[in-house]
Every structure is written in structure tokens, then in C-alpha cells.
Ligand binder design. Structure first.
Ligand code: ZN
Length: 98
């Protein structure tokens, strides 16, 4: 069973989340040739081991998260908000409550 520690809601079962895809992809500019978009959207490595993924907490806060996970053991090494601005809000909230 995969349990993801949402930075906003806490530790939750993975059934509350939706897998978003590979978080390590650098998408091309919007006006890039179709071949570049084809490669970015459809060509994937099937990584055995640690990979960066995006997950959305669809049954919780609905936030998008970056998750560093081992695809073999399912061990999760890190979880953080996918949008950097929300990370700053989280840190500010923790500093204000300490
Ligand atoms: Zn959440």
C-alpha cells in the first residue's frame, strides 16, 4: 500500500490521489515543433527505481504534489507542492505557528 504524506492534509492512502505523470519532463515552448511535443508527451522512460512523479490529492485538498518514489518498493522519499508559491505559504504558516 502506498501512503502519501500530503504537505497540506497529512498522511493519506494513495486511493485519495490521482497519478499525474512524470515530474521530470521539461515541456517545450508552446510554439515548438510538433515533433518536440510528441516526444515530450508520448516518449517515456520506464524507470526501475527512484523517479519524480506528480500526484493530485483529488479526494483531499486537490493540490498537485511532486512525489519522489521508488517504482519497485513504492517507498516515498519526499513530497512537496508542485507549485513553488504554495511551498512558500506552507513555510510561512509553520513559522507563524511556532
Ligand atoms: Zn492534501
Amino acid at each position: 500500500m502506498i501512503r502519501i504524506d500530503c504537505p497540506f492534509c497529512g498522511l493519506r492512502d494513495h486511493s485519495e490521489f490521482s497519478y499525474g505523470g512524470d515530474a521530470s519532463i521539461n515541456y517545450p515552448p508552446l510554439d515548438a515543433p510538433a515533433e518536440q511535443w510528441h516526444d515530450a508527451v508520448f516518449l517515456r522512460e520506464n524507470i526501475r527505481g527512484r523517479q519524480l512523479e506528480t500526484w493530485q490529492h483529488t479526494s483531499g485538498c486537490r493540490m498537485w504534489l511532486n512525489v519522489e518514489r521508488d517504482t519497485v518498493s513504492h517507498e516515498i522519499f519526499a513530497v512537496w507542492p508542485a507549485h513553488r508559491g504554495y511551498g512558500r505559504v506552507l513555510h510561512a504558516e509553520k513559522e507563524n505557528t511556532e
